[in-house]
Design a protein around this ligand. Structure first.
Ligand SMILES: C[S@@+](CC[C@H](N)C(=O)[O-])C[C@H]1O[C@@H](n2cnc3c(N)ncnc32)[C@H](O)[C@@H]1O
Length: 307
């Protein structure tokens, strides 16, 4: 349970509100929500905000990305009413307090709940909007997505590790904005699934793959949902942060999902920071480790699903 939700539930539970970037809590009953993370979204009963309805209160949960939180604050301003930001200290609560000079501020449970003056909030911004991160960029993305404004060095190493031909049906599990996926398309596959927990990542990946008809976007939380089975190959650069904390179980869950989704004899190519404990997890998943390469702080793995 996120500490910020607990604080909101203690302080503002009785008020029906629009909730932005939040999640489920038994004491909170939002009237509408904006939440592109599928795992969080599935836990919430309320409908998506239609972008028009106004509310007496808006509750914003700070995210690990400040620009993303700022964009949520712009939405909050547009939704009218009293605006509350709840930020965990580790996500820079004090920085937000200094920047926004709240009308009221309450500190509890390593969080700060702040009532904000709507006049101090941005008038422009939308956390769901995809755009080129800089003028010359040939891709779209948005703050909050993995490596949102550049190609990640780990993904580059993975790309260099891959064979020149990737035939058949493949998937990039946890595709982010799709900068790896669009390179994968150059290697000859006939079908590529772009899978991510963040709805914006799936949409960006499809756009960045130029809506290539071989691409299929799947908005899935791979900790709870499976992609279709039988892939000839999968690429995986597993996440190791959940809600801003290092979370090794997340990467292990995606590795298990990748193993389960491969056909017998199918191939997995994976990159991970070298300190993460994935190598020991490979054999119990009925994967045969064919190659490990250690490079610039990363480990690259090539594995085959046992026949
Ligand atoms: C390290 S990024 C890899 C992006 C891309 N494959 C690349 O190599 O450039 C990991 C991705 O996994 C996604 N992710 C995190 N948790 C997930 C989950 N439970 N289900 C599906 N995707 C998840 C993140 O949103 C992120 O885009």
């Amino acid at each position: 349970m996120r500490a910020a939700l607990e604080v909101l539930a203690r302080q503002r539970a009785e008020v029906p509100a629009l909730q932005l970037a939040g999640g489920a809590h038994p004491g909170l009953h939002p009237m509408a929500v904006v939440q592109p993370d599928r795992g969080q979204r599935l836990s919430l009963q309320a409908p998506d905000w239609d972008g028009q309805q106004t509310f007496a209160e808006v509750h914003v949960l700070a995210t690990p990305n400040r620009d993303e939180t700022w964009a949520y604050l712009a939405l909050a301003r547009r939704a009218g009413g009293r605006v509350f930001l709840c930020a965990e200290n580790r996500l820079g609560a004090d920085g937000w307090r200094k920047k926004l000079k709240p009308l009221e501020s309450h500190s509890q449970n390593h969080c700060r709940l702040m009532e904000l003056d709507p006049a101090t909030l941005p008038s422009q911004g939308d956390p769901l909007e995809l755009r080129p991160p800089f003028p010359e960029a040939d891709f779209v993305s948005c703050p909050g997505l993995f490596s949102w404004d550049r190609f990640d060095p780990g993904s580059q190493l993975l790309l260099d590790f891959l064979p020149v031909t990737l035939a058949g049906r493949g998937a990039d599990l946890g595709c982010g904005p799709g900068l790896l996926a669009r390179q994968l398309l150059q290697r000859g596959c006939r079908h590529l699934d772009l899978v991510d927990v963040d709805q914006r990542a799936v949409a960006a990946a499809l756009k960045n793959c130029r809506d290539d008809e071989r691409c299929h976007g799947l908005w899935l939380d791979l900790t709870q949902e499976s992609p279709p089975p039988g892939y000839d190959w999968v690429t995986l650069n597993p996440p190791f942060h959940g809600s801003g904390y290092e979370d090794r179980t997340l990467g292990l869950a995606l590795l298990a999902r990748a193993a389960g989704a491969l056909r017998k004899g199918g191939m997995l190519w994976m990159v991970a920071n070298e300190h993460l404990p994935y190598q020991e997890a490979i054999a119990p998943l009925h994967l045969q480790l064919l190659e490990v390469r250690q490079q610039r702080g990363y480990k690259l793995f090539q594995c085959r699903k046992n026949a």
